[in-house]
Design a protein around this ligand. Structure first.
Ligand code: HEM
Length: 415
């Protein structure tokens, strides 16, 4: 199947199974960008039909009109999932004016000054993880996801929230079962993907209910305390909103960064000249990180719903219709990027949209960049030789382009 040419007939743009089997359908997205950038995509196997939006300019136009293009009613289109019904509404599913108020609250904690203080902590978490890989000897094989890409974001998110170390593994399990709910490795026995995700979120809520109660009594310098003390117009925010803050940080911060880290390593393995260039010029790392995020574009799509009849690129969009914003397509847009299908560690400027745009621009973009930068900063100088040691396994998801296994064979230089 993997070698068969991808066509509109054999690949559904919102089927997790197709992404797991074939990876990103760049050939289809390129066709859409060229021939029908705002294209009506009729779903024939159950899920709702939608407008497929594939060019950067249109995604920017949509992102800048959050009252016209809503996040609230539905954020993800998946041909195996009827609706978002039953899922708790987090920051990312809110719309103005509530979203604007809530986002302002978080902005206090995510200011550049506050984040600068994080550098040292994120650096030591990254160092600890890379050191444990390097300690295994100068030659070997590993699953890079298990060794580096998965533990790093878990450690950073758990540490930011204030989750005790012995519970970090729980966060890993909850994100797998939420984002990978339809994946055969994570789906609950006898359950649908939706039931699997809801069960995981229930466990997460129960856990954080206890942690929030503790932090109300014993405040600490962590995000759980910060969320527990949030107020709007002098009134504490409802308890359920404190929990959804915890949920969005766990869910949004893990799988995305994990897949940028794995996908970035894969890109470097597949582009050895770029790897060498970066090893010889580590000061290129900030540019390389942006290129890795553009290249991997871990979020495949988010959905918007039109709040009234409107027009986009001459297409008539009717109130209530869905639009899927395909970020990986926008990040190969020939009108924005020179040679978009070339991976260049020194690409600059790099106006990618992998972190979104406008009202919902990724709150954790800076944290993600730091994680990626520190992971590579310590690992890359030590690599002498590196290659794939087996097939890459991908996640069953139309939301996150996940790498489940990245088997690598390596030789390291002496420290
Ligand atoms: C490479 C890693 C990451 C990628 C590619 C990514 C991507 C995105 C995208 C595309 C959005 C926009 C959603 C929309 O427009 O509807 C978003 C929002 C968000 N991200 Fe990230 N993200 C990453 C890492 C993180 C991290 C590490 C955190 C937390 C520390 C985080 C927290 C959030 C939150 C809270 C939102 C919602 C913002 C809002 O609705 O105002 N993300 N992210």
């Amino acid at each position: 199947m993997a070698d068969q040419e991808i066509t509109f007939e054999n690949f559904n743009l919102v089927s997790g199974a197709d992404y797991a089997a074939r990876g990103y359908p760049h050939v289809l997205w390129s066709t859409l960008r060229r021939e029908d950038p705002v294209s009506w995509y009729e779903q024939t196997d159950g899920g709702p039909s939608f407008w497929a939006v594939t060019k950067a300019e249109d995604i920017v136009t949509i992102g800048r009109q959050p009252e016209l293009f809503l996040n609230g009613p539905r954020l993800v289109l998946d041909n195996s999932q009827e609706s978002d019904a039953g899922f708790p509404k987090t920051l990312i599913q809110m719309d103005p004016p509530k979203h604007t108020d809530y986002r302002k609250l978080a902005a206090k904690r995510f200011t550049p000054g506050k984040l600068r203080r994080l550098h040292g902590d994120i650096e030591s978490l990254a160092r600890e993880i890379i050191d444990s890989l390097l300690a295994e000897g100068n030659e070997g094989e590993c699953d890079f996801v298990e060794k580096v890409s998965a533990p790093l974001p878990i450690a950073v998110i758990a540490w930011l929230l204030g989750v005790p170390r012995e519970d970090w593994r729980l966060l890993f399990d909850w994100t797998n079962r939420t984002i990978g709910a339809n994946d055969p490795d994570f789906i609950g026995e006898g359950m649908t993907g939706q039931e699997t995700a809801l069960q995981a979120m229930g466990e997460l809520f129960a856990y954080f209910t206890t942690l929030v109660a503790d932090r109300k009594k014993n405040p600490q310098d962590d995000l759980v305390t910060f969320f527990a003390q949030m107020e709007v117009n002098g009134e504490p925010i409802p308890d359920v909103d404190v929990l959804t803050w915890c949920l969005i940080i766990v869910i949004a911060g893990n799988e995305t960064t994990r897949n940028a880290t794995s996908g970035g390593m894969l890109a470097l393995v597949e582009h050895q000249a770029e790897l060498r260039k970066l090893q010889q010029n580590l000061e290129l790392l900030p540019h390389a990180v942006e290129e890795i995020v553009r290249w991997t574009s871990p979020i495949i799509h988010f959905c918007r719903t039109a709040s009234e009849d409107t027009e986009l690129r001459g297409r008539k969009i009717t109130k209530g219709q869905h639009l899927a914003l395909f970020y990986p397509s926008a990040n190969r847009d020939e009108d924005v990027f020179e040679d978009p299908f070339e991976f260049r560690v020194d690409r600059h400027p790099n106006r990618h949209l992998a972190f979104g745009v406008g009202e919902h621009f990724c709150l954790g973009a800076h944290v993600a960049r730091l994680e990626l930068e520190f992971a590579y900063r310590y690992l890359l100088p030590r690599i002498d030789e590196i290659e794939l040691a087996g097939p890459v396994e991908r996640l069953h998801s139309a939301l996150v382009g996940g790498v489940k296994k990245l088997p690598l064979r390596y030789k390291l230089k002496e420290a």
